[in-house]
Write a protein that binds this ligand. Structure first.
Ligand code: NAD
Length: 321
């Protein structure tokens, strides 16, 4: 069995590797070759923790396994990340445990890769202004992956806690792209691509803010009750997602569905665009929304890729099991 500890991931996996793994597994999901198993998530009644599993099987990549993890709110006080995850991969032919892989950085990389896939396939080719809503842990990964998809000449940002925007400004400076903190109205009026990655339970971006032609990667809503966009935005947009079943239950689409503004069959799989079975954006004025809910197959895809890289580079630790 191979072990790839958390501390090795940064030296092994590039954003390009994560992008390729996630794009490929979205395609496999849409062609029916990969599927996610039902998600388990429980409040365990200890340390205020939320704990669960995301799992699945990809017959194309032969990735079988699960990501186990959750949220321990007291961790930060002890110098640990609140979100903790570990990926377990199993041999699809024998069921033997193949690998244990640290899942914290991989989660950020695969989440950023998902929104990057959506920007690459759905944003207007001439998109030049990137709008960021949210400035937490995930936001900088999102920003770095997004700027590789289009020639952005300006980044603008809004955050509920404005002091956190420094984090985005620092990355923008490193990337050599001007950054400006703006109101939500200005963000909607100027941005061609918007990434929303907050833990909000009420919409920040309203329908009135969003202009025609915008692509929105809505990445923060991954739980029942969370919400980042006014539901009317989805009614005006062409909506794409990683997995329709998750979008309507724990994704951003849950609210538009509950309000009767859209139906489930109006939500398209991102993988269908990758496969060419859905045309994606069909006009420069179309609003596109990617409802990125985060699926277990993304975790398995990046973890499999990292195991292959660790073996190829001779840094994998192998133990008898
Ligand atoms: P974080 O705690 O580091 O940051 C939270 C962000 O939300 C901050 O920008 C904060 O200012 C903002 N925020 C908090 N309350 C708000 C409110 N009431 N209104 C608007 N904004 C508010 O979290 P993070 O690690 O950056 O994660 C952000 C979100 O992304 C979380 O909801 C997390 O569950 C989700 N997430 C999704 C995926 C996926 O695959 N889709 C993967 C990882 C994380």
């Amino acid at each position: 069995m191979i072990i790839v500890p958390e501390k090795e991931i940064a030296g092994l996996m590039t954003r390009a590797d994560a992008y390729n793994a996630v794009e490929q597994v979205f395609a496999s999901m849409s062609s029916g070759r990969a599927y996610n198993f039902p998600v388990i998530r429980e409040a365990i009644g200890h340390a205020d923790a939320l704990y669960g599993f995301k799992s699945g099987f990809d017959r194309d990549g032969l990735a079988l396994g699960l990501k186990s993890g959750g949220y321990w709110p007291g961790n930060e006080a002890n110098g640990l990340t609140n979100h903790q995850s570990t990926v377990f991969l199993f041999d699809a032919d024998t069921g033997k445990c193949r690998a244990i892989v640290g899942g914290n950085l991989l989660t950020a990389l695969r989440t950023a890769a998902a929104s990057a896939v959506s920007i690459n396939h759905l944003a207007r080719k001439d998109a030049s202004v990137l709008g960021m809503i949210g400035a937490g842990h995930q936001s900088v990964f999102q920003l770095r992956a997004a700027v590789e998809q289009r020639s952005f000449d300006k980044i603008i940002g809004w955050n509920y806690h404005p002091e956190m925007l420094q984090r985005l400004a620092a990355v923008a400076a490193e990337l050599g792209i001007p950054f400006e903190a703006v109101s939500l109205a200005q963000l909607g009026a100027e941005a061609d691509v918007i990434i929303s990655i907050t833990s909000a339970f009420a919409p920040s971006l309203l329908d009135i803010h969003v202009r025609p032609g915008t692509h929105i990667a809505c990445m923060g809503t991954d739980t029942k009750g969370k919400q980042e966009l006014e539901a009317a935005v989805l009614a005006r947009a062409t909506v794409f997602t990683d997995e329709v079943a998750q979008a309507v239950t724990i994704g951003e689409a849950q609210h538009a569905i509950a309000a009767g503004l859209i139906t489930q069959d109006a939500i398209h799989e991102m993988g269908a665009v990758v496969n060419g079975t859905h045309p994606g954006r069909t006009s420069p004025d179309e609003i596109t929304v990617f409802d990125g809910t985060g699926v277990g197959l993304q975790d398995l895809a990046v973890a499999s890729a990292v195991v292959d890289l660790a073996v190829a580079k001779g840094v994998a630790t192998t133990v008898e099991f």
